[in-house]
Design a binder for this molecule. Structure first.
Ligand code: ZN
Ligand code: ZN
Length: 584
């Protein structure tokens, strides 16, 4: 029986053919998805000039017989879908079977395919079959496309530069390989191999093959489940950060997707483990009931919508946070050798900006999505204690440049940024007080008067109870002036007025209403910075000892609240290697 069915007209219309081929990587995507659907375990992609001259995909999949091969190039023919609703219950990847006839209508296609019996060779030009003959019986399919858009020159100009087209092909194959670790992928451009995976079925090994040792050696496994979702994958230690979101790879039910809510969950889980403008490397597989997914956007896009996003958000955040808490994350000062391909690196740099703009655009559209409720819940979540670091003992041996504490233990030598470290300690302390139910207050011997402008005074008067909740005793005092008679005890002595002014700034500066969680965060961070020893201040040995002990007791001892590192390590091994004491 023929595997290819004629597709319902309605669905065909939904899949607007003109948008199927946006760039060379859309063809690579279509062809390789077909290969995976055909059960291939080995897929080779050969490009000439980034795909602009030609694209060939060779697989060892099930292949087609002659009639299926011919039918695959007819409009509205697809083996993968039968009716409209099926779009929502996809278990094959290439649900756009429509793409092949579209591609064939604007290019020259050569197809050699066999199910293992007689092989078939077809050539199609501008959608017309020009050659059909028998071929050898090697099981699998070879599909080559050249002269893309030869008959629609107006479309040709939409293709980008060779570097850019190649970049998006590499980026696609990398993600696709990570989604299918059981398939061996090779991508070759002009005889240079840019991607090669072994099809080992091992995700970490695939990450290694795609990103190299410098990343794969710094990944942490995550795994979690609840009633609706199963998570599995790898997240990077905070020392491996990228300046764009291209390395946050999300795979839902076997397909690489783009979903800003999921990216936001990943990003929120790294809160204060990294600066806001840096992004982690994450490969996260999510499996769920297909009824919880809406593929409600054009099928060439990877965007999907997830029902029960709040549940998924909680699961992702708690799972990643736990992995970060439970591992020792002190970065090694000495980088391991990287096997990352420099040619590929150059290619990838050319598309980074382009892809990031896609996220930024989508994010501004989506900015209306409100997560404040989730944030509040997250704020009450129990703290998971960082046992690894708490058992670590660091002995200070001196201070360099009045800035870095030099410390040691049996495993190596450490440098600690004293400001960043104390900022972390103070931040966690401030957060504890700000979240606490009971507030201890101190009465000021000399009340502090704060004079404001008329509009500031009115704004603050409106939100007076925020200050009262925090433990400030305040009264109006003449024109546009408040007098502070008591303050929460945890404010740093000698910095009371400065702290009060900072808090007032944050209250009246809040746009679109007051968000308690964000407010507490800002207060905790701002005051932590003010309360901390600055660089170029020489602190005593005892003070160093105390600071290191306090740092080790923090929930995240590795980063200041702005995400900068607090501590780096030179392991004994690295030191011996650098001093040539160990000769390997
Ligand atoms: Zn600071
Ligand atoms: Zn900082």
């Amino acid at each position: 029986m023929s595997k290819i069915r004629v597709m319902d007209e309605n669905l065909a219309n939904k899949i607007a053919a003109g948008e199927v081929v946006e760039k060379c990587s859309s063809i690579v995507k279509e062809l390789t998805e077909n290969s995976v659907d055909a059960g291939a375990t080995e897929i080779q992609v050969h490009l000439r000039d980034g795909g602009l001259t030609s694209i060939s995909v060779i697989d060892n999949g099930s292949g087609m017989d002659e009639s299926d091969a011919k039918l695959a190039f007819q409009r509205h023919a697809t083996s993968k879908l039968y009716k409209d609703d099926d779009l929502f219950f996809i278990d094959t990847l290439g649900f756009r079977g429509e793409a092949l006839p579209s591609i064939a209508s604007v290019s020259h296609v050569a197809l050699k395919t066999s199910t293992g019996d007689v092989g078939t060779y077809l050539e199609i030009e501008g959608g017309k079959l020009i050659v059909c003959e028998n071929a050898d019986a090697r099981k699998g399919t070879i599909l080559s496309i050249d002269h893309l858009f030869y008959n629609t020159p107006a479309r040709l100009k939409y293709l980008k530069s060779e570097q850019s087209e190649l970049g998006s092909c590499v980026s696609f194959i990398e993600r696709f390989a990570l989604a299918h670790p059981h398939v061996a992928f090779t991508l070759i451009n002009d005889d240079r191999t840019l991607v090669k995976t072994s099809g080992s079925s091992n995700l970490l090994k695939t990450i290694h093959e795609v990103y190299g040792l410098s990343i794969s050696s710094k990944m942490l496994e995550v795994r979690a489940s609840n009633d609706d979702f199963d998570l599995y994958g790898y997240i990077c230690k905070p020392e491996v950060l990228k300046s764009n979101r291209n390395h946050m790879i999300v795979i839902v039910n076997g397909r690489v997707i783009r979903n800003l809510d999921i990216l936001r969950a990943i990003n929120d889980a790294y809160y204060t483990y990294k600066p806001d403008i840096k992004y982690p490397v994450v490969v996260l597989k999510i499996d769920t009931d297909p009824t919880l997914i809406d593929v409600n956007i054009h099928p060439t896009k990877q965007d999907i919508k997830i029902n029960k996003m709040n549940v998924l958000y909680e699961l992702i955040v708690s799972t990643i946070k736990e992995a970060l808490y439970q591992n020792l994350l002190i970065p090694d000062a000495v980088e391991r050798m990287s096997n990352y391909n420099p040619v590929k690196q150059k290619v990838m740099e050319s598309i980074v900006k382009e892809q990031d703009e896609v996220y930024e655009k989508a994010e501004s559209v989506q900015a209306t999505f409100d997560f404040s409720e989730e944030r509040k819940k997250e704020d009450d979540s129990p703290i998971i204690y960082n046992q690894e670091m708490k058992t670590l003992k660091l002995y200070p041996v001196g201070l360099a440049h009045g800035t870095y504490i030099i410390a040691e233990n049996e495993e190596g030598v450490y440098l600690i940024d004293q400001h960043a470290a104390q900022e972390r300690v103070n931040y966690e302390r401030n957060m504890k007080f700000l979240k606490g139910k009971e507030v201890a207050t101190t009465t000021l011997l000399f009340p502090i008067t704060i004079e404001l402008s008329n509009s500031e005074f009115l704004k603050l008067k409106e939100q007076e109870e925020i200050l009262q909740d925090m433990g400030f005793g305040i009264e109006e005092f003449g024109v546009n002036t408040f007098v502070f008679k008591s303050h929460p005890t945890w404010l740093l002595e000698g910095h009371e007025e400065e702290s009060i002014r900072k808090i007032i700034d944050l209250i009246i500066g809040g746009l679109n209403g007051f968000d308690r969680v964000k407010f507490n965060e800002s207060i905790a961070i701002t005051l932590a910075c003010k309360m901390s020893i600055k660089a170029n201040m020489h602190i005593s040995h005892e003070a160093q000892e105390e600071l290191l002990n306090e740092l080790c007791m923090c929930d995240n001892p590795y980063n200041c609240p702005h995400g900068r590192p607090t501590i780096i390590k030179f392991s004994i091994y690295d030191l011996e290697r650098m001093f040539k004491r160990a000769m390997n």
